[in-house]
Design a binder for this molecule. Structure first.
Ligand SMILES: Cc1cc2nc3c(=O)[nH]c(=O)nc-3n(C[C@H](O)[C@H](O)[C@H](O)COP(=O)(O)O)c2cc1C
Length: 337
């Protein structure tokens, strides 16, 4: 039996398969099933900046109302610390998950701006989370917002978060940066211990009859792995952070590829949503079988062996390869009838 143990964000894990943030973590029993099926850690679904700021604004509004209309009614409203609102339930849920399973529980915050909402990171830590994943999901639409401003916001957010908590931080990023290696480097300097690559941007579709925009959440396929493999392979050994590959992990071989690119862990959601928590066991068994058949003794032995630094042909990830790939397209063109 090969040695599957690994580490991620300083946590010792029994294997490299982690359940990424998804509705699967909303249910304590499902997380227990994930643990039984072998998942080495679980990232909880995200608490959104909007949920925190919305709840707090709403509460302010009611407090204000109370103050103006019935002065005495103010006493009916407890302060935010004890008021059970959405974010409070999230914190309680993190604590419940921690009590229910042995595997590490990684909390998840999803937001874009520095501000008071970050204090919730401290409360997620207090609830027992072993680490925190910060998902920065932002789609810039204003022509006035420069890349520098946007990137600076990201850095400030991570820096502020680092000042708030002492548990390890992973930043979940999109691939849409002009210079991803530079951004990765600065995020690590700002305090990120790990980078989870990549966020999937959910692409809305058009309903041509209703002329409306329809939300369209499709589960991934293994094809999405490649973007992640390339970037982890390029960043591995250059950026002093742990990498988690998230997006397109469906099989044991996908996990092998993630590790060989240089990831500490491979995260999966779509495969588990499609086939149930127990599928984790299947992926892990495929991983072990593959390693045995190819005579790898440990995950550590495989890690980074296909990274850009390890390859005899490092240009395989760069422009030269693009030219080669275009030149290698040999399918005959269809002639007109
Ligand atoms: C239904 C659903 C809900 C998700 N919720 C979250 C979330 O709350 N926070 C987050 O960071 N990612 C969330 N994700 C993204 C996943 O964690 C993961 O990064 C993404 O699905 C790519 O991995 P996959 O190809 O294995 O599905 C969600 C994905 C799905 C499909």
């Amino acid at each position: 039996m090969p040695d599957l143990t690994t580490t991620y964000l300083g946590l010792s894990l029994k294997n490299p398969l982690v359940a990424s943030a998804s509705p699967l973590s909303r249910n304590v029993d499902t997380v227990r099933r994930l643990e039984e099926a072998g998942a080495a850690a679980v990232v909880t679904y995200s608490l959104f900046e909007e949920e925190i700021t919305h709840e707090s604004l709403e509460l302010d509004h009611y407090l204000e109302l109370g103050t103006h209309s019935y002065a005495e009614s103010i006493s009916y409203f407890p302060d935010l610390d004890t008021y059970s609102v959405g974010p409070e339930r999230y914190l309680e849920h993190v604590a419940r998950l921690k009590a229910a399973v042995e595997i590490p529980v990684i909390g998840s915050l999803n937001g874009v701006s520095s501000g008071g909402w970050i204090e919730y990171a401290q409360r997620i830590e207090d609830a027992g989370a072993d680490a925190l994943e910060l998902n920065i999901y932002y789609l810039p639409a204003s022509p006035d917002l420069t890349a520098t401003e946007l990137e600076t916001n990201y850095i400030h957010l991570v820096r502020d978060l680092r000042a708030e908590i002492s548990i390890p931080i992973a930043v979940k990023l999109s691939p849409y940066f002009t210079s991803l290696p530079n951004m990765a480097h600065r995020l690590v300097e700002a305090g990120a211990d790990g980078l989870a690559l990549f966020n999937r941007f959910y692409q809305p579709d058009f309903d041509l009859e209703a002329l409306s925009v329809t939300p369209n959440l499709q589960l991934s396929t293994s094809n999405e792995l490649r973007l992640r493999l390339r970037w982890i392979a390029i960043l591995y050994g250059r950026i002093a952070a742990d990498f988690a590959l998230t997006g397109g992990v469906h099989t044991g071989e996908d996990v092998v590829k993630a590790l060989m690119a240089g990831a500490q862990v491979a995260m999966t959601t779509s495969e588990l949503l499609a086939h149930g928590a127990e599928r984790a066991m299947g992926i892990l068994s495929e991983l072990s079988v593959w390693m045995e058949e190819h005579e790898y003794e440990s995950v550590t032995q495989m890690r980074g062996c296909m990274s850009q630094r390890a390859l005899a042909e490092p240009a395989a990830f760069e422009r030269a390869n693009y030219m080669k790939v275009l030149g290698s397209f040999t399918r005959p063109l269809k002639s007109n009838p």
